[in-house]
Design a protein around this ligand. Structure first.
Ligand SMILES: [Mn+2]
Length: 448
């Protein structure tokens, strides 16, 4: 059965990881099919801490959901022959299974070579076809029939594919060769099946459910080629397109985990105390322990319920999650790219990164180096400007560090920056208090 990947955004945060795992559990217990919780990148320290404490396995890291060769394969039973079979046995086998192409495998299912009915016929024709030595025919026949598969299988000039190759690359190779079937192997050369041109016509795209994002820029690579079945999110509506109508649940609440937990509760689907703790972690992380202005009454109500079920206390548990990220150990490059989001306005790209801390002074000391690193990132990615929000969760404030050629636009939005940064009281939310303000400035600038 083809799995459905439940996957969050790139640079995954706790909400994204927790929502993927929780929604996978929800789907698995309430719908048909096979669901896999996935992460679009390496997990951060907070997520690893939460998963370990609550005894969850880390989600599979899936960095591309583009169509690959294994998506073209049928999950039929594998039919094959072994190298020690005789030609007589082979002929009987081919007739019985009505097959024209067969893989030759060893006892560990490793691919050794290929046999086609055409190659087999060619052997007879080459030896008997001229009809000149009719009296020797019985011996020639006996000779052919006593040959082993190993003697006649084709091992050279084959076109075979690895399961993780892009389907598009395979398509090009298939169109420029003349074979009927193409064997597919895994990275250990184990045979998985055959594909043909016909399989290219059947679109068998990977299936995904997106949680905690709905913009292409934030989505796992290859999402264009995947079939999006559902989206559950709490961000602004972005630019992803679907072919079919889908279930799209977007609500302006503090975290995706709020929406997933609500779905469990509304539908009376059982979940374990640990899963309650996991979803609570997503809420606490995204709402900065309810201090962020993105926090809604629903987040608090659902969190209360999850507290009760999990037995965790929000404040202590939230602080424990926040104090696991030892930001002082992160390089400048890491600090500015770990939670970076790109935005587009016309033909300009800008980025806003964010780190949350309980010790703002420590990061302030590194401002000059951070600005340098940000300037380099701006040049590398052609950003008009970028901001790093260093958010003090206990003070409910943000030091906004700014870099890039057009950083004056940020000053227009938030006021003059002294030495590359500005302290903003009460500002904690990138999506609610920073990005919209910048967009507004960009919009006004375009009208002039
Ligand atoms: Mn979120």
């Amino acid at each position: 059965m083809k799995p459905v990947y439940v996957i969050g955004h790139k640079n995954p945060d706790v909400d994204s990881i927790a929502a993927a795992i929780a929604y996978k559990v929800y789907k698995q217990s309430s719908a048909e099919g096979l669901y896999i919780a996935a992460a679009a990148g390496e997990l951060n320290e907070e997520s690893r801490f939460v998963l370990e404490k609550l005894e969850f396995e880390a989600p599979a890291i899936v960095k591309n959901v583009g169509t690959t060769v294994d998506d073209l394969l049928d999950m039929d039973e594998i039919v094959y022959v072994t190298a020690d079979m005789t030609v007589v046995e082979l002929s009987n086998f081919m007739q019985k299974h009505r097959l024209r192409t067969l893989p030759v495998l060893n006892d560990k299912h490793k691919f050794l070579g290929l046999l086609t009915i055409g190659d087999l016929a060619m052997i007879f024709m080459e030896r008997l076809g001229r009809g000149q030595d009719v009296e020797n025919s019985p011996e020639i026949l006996r000779d052919i029939l006593s040959k082993k598969v190993a003697d006649i299988m084709k091992t050279r000039d084959l076109v075979l594919f690895e399961s993780h190759e892009a389907a598009e690359d395979a398509r090009k190779q298939m169109l420029s060769s003349r074979f009927r079937n193409y064997p597919v192997v895994d990275e250990d050369n184990r045979y998985l099946g055959m594909i043909s041109r016909y399989d290219l016509l059947q679109m068998k795209r990977k299936k995904v459910i997106l949680v905690d994002h709905n913009e292409k820029k934030q989505a796992v690579d290859g999402v264009d080629e995947a079939e999006i079945l559902e989206i559950i999110d709490h961000h602004r509506v972005g630019d992803l397109q679907t072919i079919m109508p889908i279930y799209f649940h977007n609500e302006p609440v503090g975290s995706t985990c709020t929406l997933v937990a609500e779905t469990f509760l509304n539908n009376s689907v059982y979940f374990s105390p640990n899963l309650a703790g996991l979803m609570l972690s997503g809420i606490l992380s995204d709402t900065m322990i309810f201090k962020s202005p993105t926090t809604t009454a629903k987040d608090r109500r659902i969190a209360d319920e999850l507290e009760r079920i999990s037995g965790l206390a929000s404040l202590e548990w939230g602080k424990a999650i926040y104090s696991t990220s030892h930001l002082e150990l992160h390089s400048e490059e890491e600090l500015i790219t770990e939670d970076l989001k790109e935005y587009v306005s016309g033909d300009e790209i800008f980025a806003v990164a964010q780190v949350e801390t309980v010790d703002l002074g420590r990061i302030r000391q590194r401002k000059d180096k951070l600005v340098q690193a940000m300037e380099a990132v701006c040049r590398r990615h052609k950003y008009a400007f970028m901001c790093l929000m260093v958010t003090d969760i206990l003070e409910a404030a943000t030091e906004l560090i700014v870099a890039g050629d057009k950083s004056n636009l940020v000053e227009q939005a938030f006021g003059p920056t002294g030495e590359g940064s500005i302290y903003l009281h009460g500002v904690m939310s990138r999506k609610k208090q920073v990005v919209p303000v910048i967009y507004e400035v960009l919009r006004k600038q375009k009208m002039m």
